[in-house]
Design a protein around this ligand. Structure first.
Ligand SMILES: Cc1cc2nc3c(=O)[nH]c(=O)nc-3n(C[C@H](O)[C@H](O)[C@H](O)COP(=O)(O)OP(=O)(O)OC[C@H]3O[C@@H](n4cnc5c(N)ncnc54)[C@H](O)[C@@H]3O)c2cc1C
Ligand SMILES: NC(=O)c1ccc[n+]([C@@H]2O[C@H](COP(=O)([O-])OP(=O)(O)OC[C@H]3O[C@@H](n4cnc5c(N)ncnc54)[C@H](O)[C@@H]3O)[C@@H](O)[C@H]2O)c1
Length: 445
């Protein structure tokens, strides 16, 4: 270590953008600290992926029971307070476990809000911390609509601790968070209305597939109001009225799910000469900011790739390898799989349908009815569709699927996409039968 600094590497933020890579630094003899102003672990374990999937699990189970054509009979329903208590019990363990693991790896924790003095110096409260390299891994926070009555709106963090099932819920925004929340609360017994400012939900996915997901959720009872701007919210005794360009909607709970904003404010980035814009911190191909000793990882980055936990993990590990000199090449992102955890799920990876259709000389599309596979009957699935995208060498380069098991299918197909498996190589995979992995790969042969 250079003796002029307190640390070799300091991470601002203790989420996946930090903790997945950092232990390799201390293992290589570097002195490392995390500065965290809230809960260790950041969004994903505390108020993101993990919290969400624990609350979603009972809704998936309920859906299977309801689809079982009476094989499982009787009235099942979700006991929401118990579901919430269970979620909290599991979540409570994550932050201490991550902190213990990091401290065990020799990483120091400094609690408080970090901001830059210069590219090597941070303030945390009344302390100054210096480092040879700094990694900004500050993530994002919820965008909040600026409308009259905005104080009655809740964000995803509030929602993931919602104490009871509201009789009527209005969700503004039909992205990942809006649709996942809609699916959970509809299954839990709420009458859910989702307000879209335009026509399409989930712009990150192919339009025909996102439309099918909206249709599937609508069939379960979610009301979708399209091409509508929310104008204001008023309190009406113990409930609310959401006024929009297409009328008013009553609600007992309103979720503002209009996107997420990178945490770049209050970091004093201008003073340190670090460039950013409203989409995040600007980096080069090595994830270095305009100050080359300062890197950025995870959701706070301005990037084309989806802002997801595994992307943050990949970047955290890349930056650490670059700092250690083990990785000298520019970051080369793999195919990134993503899913919307509704029932049914919508999942995809690799080349998109739009891209494939734009280059018919390079790609072929194959449509598949998921229900053509008998195995889908086992867990009472009723419908599903998949599109496979092949290059002209008959190698899989992309997939999108809408079904109850779409995330497992896409994960199973991901190695074929990433490593360009040939038909001959695929035939050497002797997988477990019957299983979703078998089915997924069998469909490629
Ligand atoms: C409701 C929800 C559900 C999600 N579900 C999924 C999912 O199912 N799958 C998936 O892959 N992704 C999901 N995501 C996205 C995922 O949570 C993020 O991609 C991931 O957490 C990004 O990690 P990160 O380390 O970049 O940021 P974060 O996890 O947000 O961590 C940033 C940390 O920095 C701290 N911090 C910020 N500023 C400062 C400062 N100045 N000083 C000190 N500390 C600071 C914050 O307190 C925070 O702990 C979800 C997100 C949300 C909101
Ligand atoms: N399953 C997952 O992996 C998962 C789950 C949740 C969140 N995430 C991550 O978190 C990110 C944020 O999720 P999100 O749902 O908040 O964002 P999003 O970008 O997916 O969706 C935001 C939605 O709000 C709408 N919107 C934006 N401004 C609006 C306005 N003024 N009025 C009405 N509607 C408006 C957009 O049209 C869009 O439909 C995701 O992009 C994803 O990276 C991932």
């Amino acid at each position: 270590m250079s003796h002029t600094y307190d640390y070799d590497v300091v991470f601002i933020g203790a989420g996946h953008g930090a903790f997945d890579g950092a232990p390799a630094l201390t293992a290589a003899g570097k002195k490392v600290a995390f500065i965290e102003e809230d809960r260790v672990g950041g969004t994903c374990p505390n108020w993101g992926c993990n919290a969400k999937i624990i609350l979603e699990a009972p809704t998936k189970l309920l859906s299977e029971i309801r689809q079982s054509d009476g094989v499982i009979d009787g009235q099942a329903h979700i006991n929401w307070p118990k579901a919430m208590q269970r979620k909290q019990q599991i979540i409570d363990g994550f932050a201490p476990a991550i902190q213990k693991g990091m401290e065990g790896a020799g990483i120091h924790f400094i609690f408080g809000h970090a901001s830059f003095v210069d590219p090597h110096t941070l303030t945390v409260g009344d302390k100054q911390v210096t480092a040879d390299k700094i990694v900004i891994a500050t993530g994002q926070h919820s965008h909040r609509l600026d409308i009259p009555g905005k104080e009655f709106l809740h964000d995803s963090k509030d929602f993931l601790s919602i104490p009871e099932v509201p009789a009527k819920m209005v969700i503004i925004g039909a992205g990942f968070i809006g649709l996942e929340a809609a699916a959970i609360m509809q299954a839990a017994g709420s009458q859910v209305t989702v307000i879209l400012r335009d026509q399409q939900a989930l712009p990150a996915f192919d339009r025909s597939y996102s439309d099918q997901l909206v249709k599937a959720l609508a069939q379960k009872g979610v009301l979708f109001i399209k091409n509508t701007q929310v104008e204001r919210v008023e309190e009406n005794g113990s409930s609310y009225s959401v006024s929009t360009t297409t009328g008013s909607f009553p609600a007992n709970y309103i979720l503002d799910a209009t996107g997420r904003v990178p945490n770049t404010a209050n970091l004093n980035l201008e003073q340190a000469g670090i460039d950013f814009d409203q989409k995040g911190i600007i980096v080069n191909d090595y994830l270095q900011t305009s100050q080359e000793n300062v890197y950025a990882t995870g959701d706070v980055l301005k990037k084309e790739q989806p802002k997801l936990t595994p992307t943050a993990t990949f970047e955290s590990q890349y930056v650490v390898s670059h700092i250690l000199g083990e990785e000298k090449e520019a970051i080369h992102y793999p195919a990134i799989a993503q899913t919307v955890f509704t029932t049914p799920r919508l999942a995809q990876a690799g080349v998109s349908i739009d891209e494939a259709k734009a280059h018919p000389d390079q790609y072929d599309l194959v449509e598949q009815d998921v229900m053509a596979d008998w195995y889908r009957l086992v867990d009472f699935e009723k419908a599903g569709q998949r599109t496979l995208i092949y290059n002209k060498n008959k190698q899989l380069v992309g997939v999108i699927e809408l079904s109850d098991k779409a995330e497992d299918v896409v994960n199973a197909m991901l190695p074929a996409i990433e490593f360009g498996y040939t038909q001959k190589q695929l035939k050497r995979l002797v997988t477990i039968f019957p299983s979703i992995g078998y089915s997924a790969l069998d469909n490629l042969g």
